[in-house]
Each structure stands twice: as structure tokens, then as C-alpha cells.
Ligand binder design. Structure first.
Ligand SMILES: *Cc1c(COP(=O)(O)O)cnc(C)c1O
Length: 413
């Protein structure tokens, strides 16, 4: 197999040739809607200047991209505070995992294995599939991006629930497709009947997130089966299970039980959350080979490093994994205790099956996030909607409960 970056694609390339007739000269060069107009480059906002002519860009950017909100890192946690804003694992890395990563330092002058075969083989064995039915990426977000781009482009639609994972809208926009967002139920879970009903001729991808980030609610196995029966089998369905290891509700959908049952289903999992490898960027997809082959073609080649795959493989060693999953049990117990305490204080916390809780604060989001901040807790506010609080260190439980006590909307008198 040739290296990925040397693949020679027959289509999709345009050879630039000098035009035989010279273009009319441009007398003025301005950005935005007033830019000089030529037949090739009409003076529309699609070229240069983005959507906001008062903030010209130095080069002609895709306006839908220029209009995306710039990434802003959340506030850093105070030294003696808690960073509960990114659903990270609060436990330090295992010594065996650190050793496996350190060992890769001796060969960082070499490119990594482009397909992460060693990790794919370990995962294939555990899921009872072939290594070709596993795709490894630099975090499952990169796999989401690759799968969306493989299936959807300009004029197509990608359907998902809202509110859900904050990365979905941007990934869809970058692909050129259009987002179709289906409101969650009143209990903050996906409304799968509405999701299926939103599938039109233009739909190429439907994303289901269970447990849903940021609300924490699962999709049940029965709901998912009924949903798959309604979605045409030639539309890609992505089941995003980033938090599946934290689920304790036996009725939940489990992608593992669905493997091989649908020609259009890909499940996505990650080492970032339960396995505590967020900083190394490694996740995986399991699904039909033709879909994964297409996604491989859109992935940035060689973005999964030897350190990432070594850490993932070391985390799946039986003794290491036992310890990691015992830590997951600790977080689950902490999560349930935190949710119970907040509910007892009057907070309407929805079902919480990930490593985080959802506070439906609505208009009170900003002052509530501010109160948490003052108590040394950095959470993730979604303006006008709610706040996601990750389950972190043991000491963070009381910090969160105490900070929120005076603000509980349904506080018993
Ligand atoms: C965290 C998360 C992911 C995966 O993140 P990576 O670090 O890129 O693996 C995927 N989906 C959801 C919903 C998440 O919350």
C-alpha cells in the first residue's frame, strides 16, 4: 500500500492555465462587498471580507468559515480550584502508560505507522471485527470530521439533536454541508422520532450522541432500534459514544451490540475520557469497511502519533484496564452522589450517565457560572441555556454543592 499522502486521485484536481485573453485591469483593490468585480469574481460577499465588511480579511476566505466564532480557551482554573469545564479525567496517568509513551521518544525521528495497525488489531480482537473495520484517529473528533466530510458536502444536510456536542455545528460547516438541528425533549434527551422525521432527500449524515454531551441523557437500545428502522439504509448514522464507559443504565444503547447489524452505522469511541488520554488525542471508529475507507481518505494523514497508539495499547493491557475502569467506577459513584445532592437542593438535574452533569439554568446561566467561578470551580456555561459541570476530584463535589446551594431554582424553603 502506498503511503497515504502519495495517493494519486484521478479526479478533484484542476490544472491552472493562463487565460488566453488578459483580464481587465483592476484599478482599485478593496475588500468586502465593494471589492472590484470581474466576471470570474463577482463582487459578492462570498469573496473576501467574510460576512462582515467592516472587518476585512487579508485574503479571500470562505465566508461561512470566516464567520465561525474564533476558538477561545476557557478561563484557567485558579491554583487551588477545579477545572470542571472539559469532561477530563481527574486521575493522573498510570505509570505503565507513561512508560509506554516515554519509550516512543527513542524513535520520534520516524513517522508513525500511517494506519495505527497495532492498535487496530487490539481493538478488532476485542470487538470481534477485522482490523479493516476499525479506524483510528487523532481523537474521535477528527473521525467525526472525516466521516462527515466523506458523506456530506455543499447542498447536503447533516441532522443531529440540539443541544448536543458543541463541535458538531462547526464540523458540519467546514464540510460545506448544512446543519439541521432537532430540539431535545423536555427531559433533555434526544427526540429520536423527530430526528428520523428530519431526514430528507438531502440528508447524508445523522449523528446520535449517547450519553448526550452536555445534557447527560442516554438513548435507549429500543429507541435506537426503532430509529434505525426509519432511517434509509443509504444514509450514514454516527453513534457518538464518547462516554459509554460511564453508563450504568442497563436500557442504554450499546454500539458494541450493534456491530454488523446495519450497513450504514459507524460507532465512535475515544480514549480521552474514561481512559484519561485527552492530551494524546486518540479515538476510534468501528463500522463497515467502505465507509471507513472513505473516511480514511478525508483524514489528515499521519496525525495519530506513535505515542498516542502506545498509550492506548498500554491502557488496554488487562491489569492497566482493570485499574482504569475501577477509576471510572469511582467517578460514576461521585457523579451519582453529586447529582443526588444537587437534586435534594432543588436543582432539576436531568439523567446523568456521562462524567458530567447538566444544570438547566436558562437566563440564570451567567450569574450561576460566575458563582461557581468565585468558588474556584471552572464549569462550561452555554449562554442562555445551561451549564455543564464535569465530575472531577473528590474535593470538587462539596465545592460544587456549596457554591450552587444558594442559587437552586427550586430550592425547598
Ligand atoms: C469528548 C468528546 C468526543 C471525543 O473527543 P476526542 O478527545 O477528540 O476523542 C467526541 N464526542 C463527544 C460528544 C465528546 O464529548
Amino acid at each position: 500500500m502506498p503511503p497515504l499522502w502519495q495517493s494519486t486521485s484521478p479526479g478533484g484536481q484542476r490544472v491552472h492555465r493562463r487565460a488566453s485573453t488578459p483580464r481587465p485591469p483592476r484599478h482599485r483593490c478593496r475588500f468586502g462587498a465593494e471589492a472590484a468585480s470581474t466576471p470570474e469574481h463577482p463582487a459578492t460577499p462570498e469573496y473576501g471580507g467574510g460576512v462582515n465588511a467592516s472587518e476585512p480579511t487579508p485574503v479571500r476566505l470562505r465566508p461561512e468559515i470566516a464567520a465561525l466564532p474564533p476558538y477561545r480557551q476557557g478561563r484557567p482554573a485558579p491554583a487551588d480550584g477545579f477545572k470542571l469545564s472539559s469532561n477530563e479525567n481527574p486521575h493522573d496517568p498510570l505509570p505503565s502508560v507513561r512508560d509506554a509513551v516515554a519509550a516512543t521518544a527513542a524513535s520520534i525521528n520516524r513517522y508513525p505507522d500511517a494506519t495505527a495497525l497495532a492498535l487496530r488489531e487490539v481493538l478488532a480482537e476485542r470487538f470481534g471485527v477485522t482490523a479493516d473495520e476499525v479506524l483510528v484517529g487523532a481523537g474521535s473528533v477528527s473521525l467525526l470530521a472525516a466521516l462527515i466530510q466523506a458523506a456530506a458536502g455543499a447542498g447536503d444536510e447533516v441532522v443531529y439533536s440540539w443541544r448536543s456536542f458543541e463541535a458538531y455545528p462547526g464540523l458540519v460547516t467546514v464540510s460545506g454541508a448544512t446543519s439541521v438541528q432537532v430540539p431535545n425533549r423536555a427531559d433533555h434527551g434526544h427526540e429520536l422520532d423527530d430526528l428520523a422525521a428530519a431526514v430528507t432527500d438531502r440528508t447524508r449524515v445523522v449523528i446520535v450522541c449517547s450519553p448526550n454531551n452536555p445534557t447527560g441523557v442516554i438513548v435507549t437500545a429500543d429507541e435506537f432500534d426503532a430509529f434505525m428502522a426509519k432511517v434509509p439504509s443509504d444514509r450514514l448514522v454516527l453513534l457518538d459514544e464518547a462516554y459509554v464507559e460511564f453508563v450504568r443504565d442497563g436500557a442504554s444503547v450499546d454500539g458494541r451490540a450493534l456491530i454488523g447489524r446495519h450497513p450504514n452505522l459507524v460507532i465512535l469511541r475515544t480514549f480521552s475520557k474514561a481512559y484519561g488520554l485527552a492530551g494524546l488525542r486518540v479515538g476510534y471508529a468501528i463500522g463497515p469497511v467502505p465507509i471507513l475507507d472513505a473516511a480514511r481518505a478525508t483524514l489528515v494523514p499521519l496525525s495519530v502519533t506513535a505515542a498516542s497508539t502506545a498509550a492506548a495499547i498500554a491502557s488496554l493491557e488487562p491489569a492497566a484496564e482493570r485499574e482504569l475502569l475501577a477509576r471510572v467506577d469511582v467517578i460514576v459513584e461521585r457523579r451519582d452522589r453529586l447529582a443526588d445532592a444537587l437534586r435534594a437542593d432543588g436543582w432539576p438535574i436531568p439523567q446523568a450517565q456521562g462524567n458530567f452533569l447538566w444544570l438547566p439554568t436558562g437566563d440564570a446561566t451567567d450569574p450561576t457560572a460566575e458563582a461557581l467561578w468565585s468558588a474556584g470551580v471552572v464549569a462550561r456555561p452555554f449562554a442562555g441555556d445551561g451549564i455543564r459541570v464535569s465530575v472531577g476530584e473528590e474535593a470538587s463535589v462539596d465545592a460544587v454543592v456549596n457554591a450552587l446551594k444558594p442559587l437552586a431554582p427550586g430550592r425547598p424553603l
